[in-house]
Design a protein around this ligand. Structure first.
Ligand SMILES: [Zn+2]
Ligand SMILES: [Zn+2]
Length: 126
């Protein structure tokens, strides 16, 4: 692992904010002012290909990166914010229904986040 890779890896696994490459770049720049976006992008991609981090892709949103620890996501339909959610492990149930093994699963629950819900409520009040 290169210094950059290690540094980026730690930024991603220590964050609960589901960072985009741009946000990782902003953090890296504090410590390495000379770094360019393409370098961060390449390092993130390498970590993802090595299966050390996971990528969360949602239509019309920049990809976000996350730690591997098993968990799923609530996605706000309005602002796109992600929140972690943990279901009981569905592996056994899925395997039973499929009748065979599979690689992984990725669950997304779409909802309205508390902030957006509050905003909608305020609009109703006016
Ligand atoms: Zn929202
Ligand atoms: Zn997450």
């Amino acid at each position: 692992m290169t210094t950059y890779e290690r540094e980026i890896y730690h930024i991603i696994i220590n964050s609960v904010k589901h960072l985009t490459v741009e946000q990782i770049y902003a953090e890296m720049k504090n410590k390495y002012p000379q770094i360019v976006l393409a370098t961060v992008y390449n390092n993130v991609n390498r970590l993802w290909k090595a299966k050390m981090i996971r990528k969360i892709s949602i239509e019309n949103m920049p990809d976000r990166y996350d730690r591997l620890t098993r968990h799923d996501h609530l996605v706000c339909q309005k602002c796109g914010k992600l929140a972690d959610i943990t279901f009981e492990d569905l592996t056994a149930s899925l395997r039973r229904q499929l009748g065979e093994d599979f690689f992984s699963y990725d669950l997304k629950v779409f909802y309205l986040c508390p902030d957006c819900r509050k905003q909608e409520k305020n609009q109703d009040d006016i």
